[in-house]
Design a protein around this ligand. Sequence first.
Ligand code: AR6
Length: 168
Amino acid sequence: MKIELLKGDITQINADAVVNAANSSLLGGGGVDGAIHRAGGQQILEECKKIRNKQGKCKTGEVVVTTAGNLPAKYVIHTVGPIWNNNEEECSELLANCYKNSLKLAESLGVKTISFPNISTGVYGFPKEQAAKIAVREVNNFESEIIEKVIFVCFDEENEEIYKKFLK
Ligand code: AR6
């Protein structure tokens, strides 16, 4: 699997699947979640509501998939990152699950390219260095015959510098 690092808005980047840093309600929010729902359009929220009605909330570390609406992608994989709470071990495991479960689901959908935001490093307050280390480790550990490229999309310069360091 090839790894690419890009700086910018994840809603503008072509990929078969784009991962959303959602919350457990699945009904949208701010940050990257807000940007994805705004750019992707109403269809994404409609599908999220259907999923909510069927299975209830999405647990931390778990994933669900919807259409990508107007985004340059086929799917949005919504995952719920952990809210940082100083229980480093538990938070790290849950964040790792976000990456693992997103990759597994993407693979089952036949996704060749997938883009990830820096899950949990915004409102959810996960320390950026630790989050990047986990993201890179999980992607490197994931062996896939189907997924060809993983794109880490950093919105802020700090995350971009951290990822550059870990991807060297
Ligand atoms: N493209 C790529 N990355 C972005 C974009 C964008 N358009 N906008 C922000 N980021 P956050 P979280 C980066 O707060 O910490 C929402 O309200 C941002 O710089 O979006 O997982 C949800 O509904 C940061 O590095 O997600 C949840 O309630 C990263 O995306 C809650 O926030 C994640 O920041 C989830 O918090």
